[in-house]
Design a protein around this ligand. Structure first.
Ligand SMILES: O=C(O)CCC(=O)C(=O)O
Ligand SMILES: [Fe+2]
Length: 266
């Protein structure tokens, strides 16, 4: 299997390039400014290192998101799940999930730490986990198994995390590092940023997904990542994950430039 990228441009693009293949200060700035569709770093982790991570992961039990359909298995905790709970519910669980992630990385490097180090050295700003004053540090470094598909959606804290410090994430990026071999399971990013005024009416009922009418005629970029590859995109843009054959396990989080540092959370 080889990585493939498909560019589907139907109209003039804001993206100067569909994809950058190096993670640098320039490419990150372009991703923040929505001038590039994705940053794709092949072989960020070696094949053997991914295997060692997965071996260790498999000794640790995994849960599923509550009420997410199709089901998405995961280890770690997300701010998204805190909806309907108070902040303590989330922050009380951060340390045990962070410890679990450290345990999972006994045989390999820690994906979160490696991505944070790479981003810190690329852009010269401090990389750290996001902080919630009076509560503590956010969890970052979710491990997800997306078996079916992930519906069309956008991840954008200023809208989805009102009243939390991450709502100051004016531009929100996502990274994902793929730990297994699978077929299908492409990630597709549309050149369509979520817009408060026009887009909520496309939200599907009782779901995190949105109707495809929202992205009809929009440019998009599809990438089929391979084991060990790192992919970054601007998560305010609508995106989706295609059904995978085989096991599709990835590590990932969001990050943004907040108060002159690069802050990470899941
Ligand atoms: O698994 C992926 O490739 C992308 C998942 C996703 O929706 C995200 O990272 O925001
Ligand atoms: Fe997403």
């Amino acid at each position: 299997m080889t990585t493939s990228a498909v560019v589907n441009f139907k109209q003039e693009s804001l993206w100067k390039f569909p994809m950058a293949t190096d993670l640098s200060k320039t490419s990150l700035e372009m991703l923040f400014a929505n001038q590039v569709g994705m940053i794709y770093v092949p072989g960020f982790f070696s094949q053997i290192e991914c295997d060692l991570f997965v071996d260790c992961f498999d000794r640790t039990p995994m849960g599923f998101y509550e009420s997410v359909e199709p089901p998405i298995g995961r280890s770690g905790i997300t701010q998204f799940e805190a909806e309907g709970h108070d902040k303590n519910w989330y922050f009380d669980q951060v340390e045990s999930h962070s410890e679990k992630l450290r345990q999972m990385c006994r045989f390999s490097r820690n994906p979160l730490t490696e991505v944070m180090n790479k981003i810190q050295s690329s852009c010269g700003l401090e990389a750290c986990r996001a902080q919630e004053p009076a509560y503590g540090t956010y969890f970052a470094g979710l491990i997800r198994q997306i078996n079916k598909r992930a519906l069309l959606h956008s991840d954008y804290a200023p809208f989805q995390a009102k009243g939390w410090s991450i709502e100051r994430a004016y531009q929100q990026l996502a990274w994902n590092l793929y730990m297994t071999d699978f077929e299908g399971g492409e990630v597709r990013v549309y050149e369509k940023a979520w817009n408060f005024m026009s887009d909520e009416k496309y939200k599907l009922q009782n779901s995190y997904g949105y109707d495809y009418q929202l992205v009809a005629g929009k440019n998009y970029l599809t990438i089929k990542p391979e084991k060990g590859d790192l992919v970054l995109f601007n998560s305010q843009n609508f995106h989706e994950v295609m059904e995978a054959r085989g096991r599709r396990l990835s590590a990932g989080s969001f990050f943004s430039k907040i108060d002159d540092s690069i802050q990470f959370w899941s």
